[in-house]
Design a protein around this ligand. Structure first.
Ligand SMILES: Cc1cc2nc3c(=O)[nH]c(=O)nc-3n(C[C@H](O)[C@H](O)[C@H](O)COP(=O)(O)O)c2cc1C
Length: 348
């Protein structure tokens, strides 16, 4: 099986809600923006502007070739809170594909397994999210637990900003499994699916974030940051990592692209917390742009969905291998021998 075959399989399985196009850009003409399936599906909320802006923002940059050099292989390895990953590229927390695609596309259980194990097989880390089908009073519904166990703890859990007591209680299960880090997607307060299914999600105050950061024994991550003010507040509250993200354009219409806001956020918090960015990253060239704009690492969303639907664990591994290969090529052609060599100078 190769990635082309995985994508062909995904095109068949995801018929009606994702065209598995060569370009996944949130354009209004795309199947996912058509709303013919009666919901958000895999697209962006509303006009899709936030989703499209992610892709447009990355496209504004080009790479400067620097090839008068020797032929050493670039080093892509990255330390994530004590785990040596093969690259600073991880599987994003994506959940609920079955709730609009149906179990025939992929069940949530298989999706968790494919993401976490496929990333692990590629030497990197699968993040898992949270949606309305996760009923924390019944751990059987939280399929990420079994996936993390199979992977020996190589994974990260991102919970929705539910009631504070629920987060504080449930985090213990993840601590016991010894996963690498735990966080909340604070922008989940704008989640269409949670609200539609009557699952309360909340904005979090600085004090509540401080309480989470100080009670949780794992490195604490806040995902869904789009402004300097929020990034500074999270870091001041004890977050060890902030994820610059507009949730793939799924929580608020008309936000800028993440690559647009990343440089100013990095200028404010770089070195004080790990900076992860996501949104519209489709290959290693996009990864390199995000790293040059100030990210320490990135997450991959929709491409993981297609890879898991089309090829399960193998599909995700092949997808992540593609990211490593193209990141290595991009670094080689821009004169970056290691991640530490990457900076704004490589961008045109
Ligand atoms: C179908 C779908 C479900 C998602 N579910 C979650 C989730 O449960 N938790 C979360 O933090 N982010 C969720 N996200 C957002 C992703 O983690 C990530 O931020 C986004 O997909 C990155 O953009 P990209 O898809 O263009 O790579 C979801 C995204 C999609 C497309």
């Amino acid at each position: 099986m190769d990635l082309e075959e995985v994508r062909n399989q995904a095109r068949i399985k995801m018929k009606g809600f994702c065209g598995v196009y060569k370009e996944c850009d949130g354009d209004p003409s795309r199947l996912c923006q058509g709303h013919s399936y009666g919901g958000l599906g895999i697209g962006g909320v509303g006009s899709g502007a936030s989703f499209a802006n992610n892709v447009k923002a990355l496209k504004k940059y080009s790479l400067r070739m620097r090839i008068v050099d020797d032929n050493s292989e670039p080093e892509t390895g990255f330390d994530f809170f004590g785990f040596r990953a093969s690259m600073p590229v991880f599987g994003a927390p994506v959940t609920g594909v079955n709730s609009f695609g149906g179990d025939a596309v992929i069940t949530e259980k298989d999706f968790c397994h494919a993401t976490v194990m496929g990333c692990r097989d590629a030497g990197t880390i699968g993040f898992r999210g949270d949606t309305y089908t996760y009923d924390y009073s019944n751990p059987e519904t939280c399929h990420c637990l079994a996936a993390f166990k199979s992977a020996g703890g190589t994974g990260v859990k991102i919970m929705k900003p539910r009631e504070q007591e629920v987060i504080l209680r449930e985090v213990r299960r993840y601590e016991d499994l010894g996963i690498l880090a735990f966080g909340i997607d604070i922008d989940g307060c704008g989640s269409v699916m949670m609200n539609k299914h009557g699952k309360p999600v909340f904005k979090k105050t600085k004090n509540e974030l401080r309480e989470l950061a100080s009670s949780i024994k794992l490195p604490f991550i806040v995902k869904g940051i789009m402004t300097v003010e929020d990034a500074v507040a999270c870091v001041e509250s004890g977050a060890r990592c902030v994820v610059i993200s507009n949730h793939g354009g799924r929580v608020l219409d008309h936000t800028p692209g993440t690559a647009e806001v990343l440089p100013e956020i990095a200028a404010a918090v770089k070195g004080k917390a790990m900076i992860i960015a996501d949104g519209g990253i489709r290959n290693g060239y996009d990864v390199l742009k995000m790293l040059a704009l100030g990210a320490d690492a990135v997450l991959i969303g929709r491409d993981i969905v297609r890879a898991a639907a089309g090829g399960g664990v193998t599909g995700v591994k092949l997808q992540m291998d593609m990211f490593r290969d193209t990141l290595s090529k991009a670094m080689m052609m821009t004169g970056c021998r290691s991640l530490g060599d990457i900076n704004r100078e490589i961008l045109a």
